[in-house]
Design a protein around this ligand. Structure first.
Ligand SMILES: Nc1ncnc2c1ncn2[C@@H]1O[C@H](COP(=O)(O)OP(=O)(O)OP(=O)(O)O)[C@@H](O)[C@H]1O
Length: 306
């Protein structure tokens, strides 16, 4: 489990992370979403002691990372796949990590196998593609067989097979009861991988809930109704407090009433209904609605949609 309590990071007068309080639970994949500059990487860096919090604290399994005697056995992290010395062979890199944390050599070959890099284990990292570096970074996260895993944008540079592989790996690690905390820009990817979502905007939590709840909240539970007498129905629904938007001559978008209620009310006033369906926004739409006001360098698309 990862626990953040009032975690804050300021760089000069810029607040990158603003009082984050949350728990990332074991046995689940928790997605960490947010626009560029939201503070995701800084949060993850503070969890593993690479950045020092200005205020608050980050705990892994109830303890601070810097106090852990063999940290790689407690938490594995893929933060920046470019950090490895280019002149170093992949196996040597992993062996050095293992040695410093009292991890047996056999585990290095095991993780090279898990990530599919056995055949290039003796090659220098400088010759690796971005995808191979990502795999090596993931091997480094796994080498200590830790209970807590953090991945910052793990599918960057991976081909479709690689993306599928990462997705299965995350799900598998969570199924083993581990804590998996993964950041991504790919909302569609999170929809397939994560159980829970933490959405960040300008260093603050905008949402922290199961994926289905984030979608429901962002989409505002709307219902699409099609009727040849849409205007009449709209007036009736508005009279009981629903928010009704006329999208075409025959079509209404209604928020604030369930499908059942709308169906019954149409029946009461004998208005024929051609279509009646709940509209579930995609995670992407929900995300845009949530983060629209917090994009640091946006194109204004989220605002334009309103
Ligand atoms: N070392 C630093 N010095 C000054 N400002 C920094 C530093 N590191 C991060 N920042 C700023 O803090 C904010 C949060 O950055 P961070 O990299 O954590 O965001 P992010 O959500 O990971 O974004 P991205 O998806 O683009 O990586 C940004 O405004 C960034 O410019």
């Amino acid at each position: 489990m990862i626990t953040l309590r009032g975690l804050t990071k300021r760089f000069g007068d810029k607040t990158a992370v603003d009082g984050l309080t949350l728990e990332v639970a074991a046995g689940k994949v928790t997605g960490f979403l947010g626009p560029n500059g939201a503070g995701k990487s800084t949060t993850m860096r503070m969890i593993v002691g690479l950045d020092r919090p200005t205020a608050g604290e980050a705990l892994v399994g109830g303890r601070r990372y810097l106090g852990l005697p063999r940290p790689l056995r407690e938490v594995g992290a893929l933060l920046d796949a470019g950090f490895v010395h280019p002149g170093r062979p992949a196996r040597a890199h992993l062996l050095a990590m293992a040695r410093s944390n009292g991890i047996p050599r056999t585990r290095v070959d095991e993780v090279l196998g898990i990530v599919g890099l056995e055949s290039v284990a003796g090659k220098r990292v400088g010759s690796f593609s971005l995808g191979m570096r990502q795999r090596l970074g993931i091997a480094g996260a796994l080498v200590g067989d830790p209970e807590v895993l953090m991945f910052d944008e793990p599918v960057n540079g991976l081909d479709p097979d690689g993306v599928l592989w990462v997705r299965r790996l995350m799900r598998g690690l969570a199924a083993e009861g581990r804590t998996v905390f993964v950041s991504s820009h790919l909302m569609s990817e999170m929809q397939l991988t994560a159980d829970r979502l933490v959405v960040l905007g300008r260093g603050r939590v905008l949402a922290d809930a199961p994926i289905a709840d984030v979608i429901a909240r962002g989409s505002g539970d709307s219902v699409r109704v099609r009727s040849p007498r849409a205007a009449e129905l709209a007036a009736r629904l508005a009279a009981v407090g629903a928010t009704v938007r006329r999208t075409t001559d025959e079509e209404l978008q209604v928020t604030g009433l369930s499908v059942d209620r709308i169906g019954l009310m149409a029946h009461e006033i004998s208005v024929p209904v051609l279509e009646l369906s709940a509209v579930t926004a995609s995670l992407e739409e929900a995300y845009m609605n949530l983060t629209g006001a917090s994009v640091e360098y946006g194109t204004g698309t989220a605002e334009a949609r309103r």
